[in-house]
Design a protein around this ligand. Structure first.
Ligand code: HSE
Length: 299
């Protein structure tokens, strides 16, 4: 019997002004090791009892939906999930389960998903492409949806930039982080973000890193979400003072991502210190961009 291993990278969405638009794949991975079975058996490492419940396991739900989408009955699967990406922290852990479920379902049917097929299934579980796309394809991706169709493009990301990600010791669900956002925003705030996200992309392409500090500012989501992240402004300030080029909330939070060319440990320690000041434990990881995206390995 064949064992399938699907490796899916972490992702950091938004990157400041690119709310629901930009996403960056990072070299930290969740792995899904799957064997055929007539029952559902789930093991998680480290152990997450909730994820071992087949009714609640996102990977199993997506795999089942994918099999049914392809016209097959889902009989079961034996799955080992190696969870390296912190859960509910804005690093795309749910997206890894969605991408892996779709890829596993298509693989079982000896097919590969087209973009249309991928999004038709994926959006049933998560309606934003900014984590899904880099988790699937790798790299830095900009995406939009028009009349139900997803359009996207990969942006060259300079190898010399790395991500220092601070992971505070508290979860924040995307649902909660979206519930604090207003229905409408002023035109000047929309203009503010359009200007900055354009600047961000251009600054990366031209290696004008001095622009990233301004280009990663945002008025669409961070000003509302920061009430959920103690000492948010200080985390940003300390990271910039320690040499970060630009800093933003990672996805819906609670992680914060700093892009930098040097001083990585100084930046990470400074961000941890800012959380510690509010009695919140935190750690940081130095990550690099993952260009390949998801990988399917067969034993
Ligand atoms: N762009 C999304 C958000 C990412 O910030 O809410 C999480 O799905």
């Amino acid at each position: 019997m064949k064992t399938l291993k699907i490796k899916v990278p972490a992702t950091s969405a938004n990157l400041g002004a690119g709310f629901d638009t930009l996403g960056l794949a990072l070299n930290l991975y969740n792995e899904f090791i799957i064997e055929e079975s007539d029952n559902i058996e789930i093991q998680t490492i480290p152990q997450f009892p909730e994820f071992e419940n087949p009714e609640k396991n996102l990977f199993i739900k997506v795999l089942k939906t994918t099999c049914e989408y392809l016209g097959n009955k889902f009989h079961g699967a034996k799955v080992k999930q190696i969870i390296n990406i912190p859960v509910s922290r804005g690093l795309g852990s749910s997206a890894t389960a969605i991408v892996a479920g779709i890829l596993a379902g298509f693989y079982a049917n000896k097919k590969q998903p087209t973009d249309e097929e991928f999004f038709e299934i994926a959006y049933k579980f998560e309606p934003h492409p900014d984590n899904l796309l880099p988790a699937w394809k790798g790299g830095l991706i900009t995406a939009c949806i028009e009349n139900g169709k997803t359009y996207y493009s990969k942006i060259p990301f300079p190898k010399e930039l790395k991500a220092v990600v601070v992971i505070p010791d508290f979860e924040l669900s995307t649902e909660k982080a979206r519930s604090v956002l207003p229905e409408n925003i002023p035109l000047k705030d929309a203009i503010y973000n359009v200007q900055r996200v354009s600047l961000f992309i251009s600054a990366l392409i031209n290696k004008e890193y001095n622009l990233l500090k301004i280009a990663m500012n945002d008025k669409l989501h961070q000003p509302y979400r920061k009430q959920l992240i103690p000492n948010f402004d200080k985390v940003i300030e300390y990271a910039l003072n320690a040499g970060a080029l630009g800093v933003s909330l990672s996805g819906a939070g609670s992680c914060i991502i700093a892009l930098a060319k040097e001083n990585f440990n100084k930046i990470g320690s400074a961000m941890v210190k800012a959380f510690n000041e509010k009695s919140i434990n935190a750690e940081y990881k130095l990550l690099e961009i993952e260009e390949k995206g998801s990988e399917i390995l067969v034993d």
